[in-house]
Design a protein around this ligand. Structure first.
Ligand code: SAM
Length: 291
């Protein structure tokens, strides 16, 4: 085992050695807390039959720990100034493949289905916060054959992902994430665990991918229209927010919406944020049948 990259002293030494200049636009906050790193690794439950995809390896702190447990690590880093650094810090690990690419442009289906067909694949990352939602939703919506996604995100985003109906954090992101997965909070992480310190608190969350989506709906695209519409105007009743949402293929009279709610045994004054995923699915199917 080599010296840990994630220790504060080693990280500072690497940054000095390479005169590294942080790129704010890439959300670069490097993890320097071995205790948090161990929690991530433990939650990921890695074995030699696993392949891990890591988004944004930075200087390799998490990558190193992943490579010591998993069979293979594919690390995708956008910042080209980090590539020669990674080649040096991760020298000696023959199970790491570094790709200098934008994760949002990687064809994940091709990577998982064609290049790693026989591996158990997990995503583990300290995510760049400016693109958390597109990364997570991109992985979930494509129904990739992943076991779980274990990621560091902004604390506020983790709270929204795992929120339950009737709470202030419950919204379209909670429904979308919980439609495909079971979220589980691994750890809250304070700002002093990173260089440089981010402005907001962080959390590690694990999304355990469900074999089938949590509910079965008649039309998935339409269901997500209903979800977006239901949370579009949180201060309004569900009837009004659905009515005001009027978009192509999503135009309903108030009477139609009220009659669907009545059929579900719901009061017409109900608000979107009180509805469970199951209820939102039921509403979506009823609206779909009269559209
Ligand atoms: N994994 C490292 C750690 O824990 O110290 C770095 C984490 S840092 C929060 C996020 C990393 O993602 C940075 O290395 C950044 O350059 C990289 N990154 C930002 N945008 C990216 C993108 N679109 N595709 C791939 N990597 C990206």
């Amino acid at each position: 085992m080599k010296e840990k990259i994630a220790s504060p002293a080693r990280t500072r030494e690497i940054l000095r050695q390479y005169d590294f200049i942080f790129q704010k636009k890439y959300g670069q906050n490097f993890l320097i807390d071995l205790h948090v790193l161990n929690k991530i690794i433990k939650a990921a439950e890695l074995s030699s039959s696993d392949c891990v995809i890591e988004v944004g390896p930075g200087i390799g702190s998490l990558t190193q720990a992943l490579a010591e447990k998993a069979g293979q690590v594919i690390a995708v880093e956008i910042d080209k100034q980090l590539i020669p650094i990674l080649q040096e810090t991760l020298r000696g690990y023959d199970n790491i493949h570094i790709m200098n690419q934008d994760i949002l442009k990687v064809d994940m289906e091709e990577l998982l289905v064609k290049r790693l067909p026989s591996s158990k694949v997990k995503v583990v990352a300290n995510l760049p916060y400016y693109i958390t939602t597109p990364i997570i939703m991109g992985l979930l919506e494509k129904r990739l054959p992943l076991e779980h996604i274990t990621v560091m995100v902004q604390k506020e985003v983790a709270d929204r992902m795992k929120a339950v109906p009737g709470t202030k954090d419950y919204g379209a992101l909670s429904v979308a994430v919980q439609y495909y997965s079971e979220p589980y909070l691994v750890a809250n992480v304070p700002v002093n665990c990173f260089i440089p310190r981010p402005k907001v608190g962080s959390a590690v969350i694990q999304l355990r991918i469900l074999k089938e989506p949590r509910i079965h709906v008649k039309d998935e695209v339409f269901f997500f229209h209903v979800v977006r519409a239901a949370f579009a105007q949180r201060r309004k009743t569900l009837v009004n927010t659905l009515y005001n949402y009027s978009q192509q293929e999503f135009v309903f009279s108030k009477e139609d919406i009220v009659s669907c709610l009545k059929e579900m045994g719901l009061n017409e004054k109900v608000r979107g944020e009180t509805l469970s995923i199951e209820k939102l699915g039921q509403l979506s199917d009823l609206l779909y049948s009269i559209k």
